[in-house]
Design a protein around this ligand. Sequence first.
Ligand code: SAH
Length: 374
Amino acid sequence: MTSAGTALLHSALILIRMGPSPAMTPGCGRDSNAPYTPSPMTRPAIPERLDRFMARANAIYYATHDPFADFTTSPEISQVFGEIIGLWAAVTWQLLGSPTPISLVEAGPGRGTLMADALRAAHRAAPGFAAALQVHLIETSPRLRAAQAARIPDATWHGDLSTVPDQPMILVANEFLDALPIRQFVRRGTGWTERFVAAGQWAEQPADAADVPAGRIAAEGDIVELNEPSRDFIAEVAGRVRRHPGAALFLDYGPEHSAAGDSLQAIADKRPVNPLSLAGSADLTAHVDFADLGDVARIHGAGVQGPAPQGPFLAALGLFQRTERLARNRSPEQALALVEAARRLAEPTAMGRLFKVLTVSSPACPPLPGLPIG
Ligand code: SAH
């Protein structure tokens, strides 16, 4: 994709993530009576590498804010999203040979909605899987852990994957990788600089070309991004599914092919804001470079399917049929809202194309449902 294409994708994404305006969703905005908490984010004058700045800003943001007052995610749009992922996990468990026990892991579970919906569907439709699974949640925000505990009291929490039992696992992650911190390199002449942040402003420092992801076509001034924690996470997942039967499903936004472009964005109060000036009070994210992450998984010996668009994935797994069944017992207004929610998840002009799906699985595992093969 060209830089112009990336810019277009960027603005489409801001509109999609912000969701309906607060006026259209009563009760969804931040409580205006709540006491105002001043941002604890400091603005050091010494240049700080972008990934360190972003990690600090997001840790403060997720610990002090209700992110769902600022943006909307698929599980919050329709219960069918989590239910379908629960059924995907049940089928995947069978394809893996029904290992028992199996960890059902979610990375970055937000309010716990996806997992609660997935577990309900699994209990109803796949009791064998429901009996075999143990829920593990990877979450760093104490505030969100509390929200998750209210919905999934039997889960075990972790700060990262390292403490999740080394045993068969199915991992799901929706809009997790986009929150992990990126580095940005700028093409300058025949070399590269790296972006730092100093006192709320951009600063560039000479970069080591060896740090810049290879094979990106970049003109003067173009930006190339690198997400090291995402690469490390995928490598760790790949290592685990090589040692034990397992599979992971990542859903997030990003292009199908790696390309140059600045995808850093910040949203606060449902509005795009300057990522540097409102850091700690805004959700900082970047597009997920799925092609790069697929390569990392392959290098570590795992099977990979995708990236493929989210729309066809959800449709193949029965999004519309399940929505229709659910709508039958509802009022006409509720039924319409359910159908509109399903369309929003799957239609190419909404989330269906911009959001992608990638799976990483044990090398011997047969093809997983809903995705093109290998
Ligand atoms: N999956 C949820 C929430 C997405 S928001 C949904 O779809 O609604 C991102 C989530 O990732 C939040 O739960 C946030 O606290 C968590 N998160 C962000 N950075 C993290 C990190 N480094 N380690 C673990 N969780 C993280």
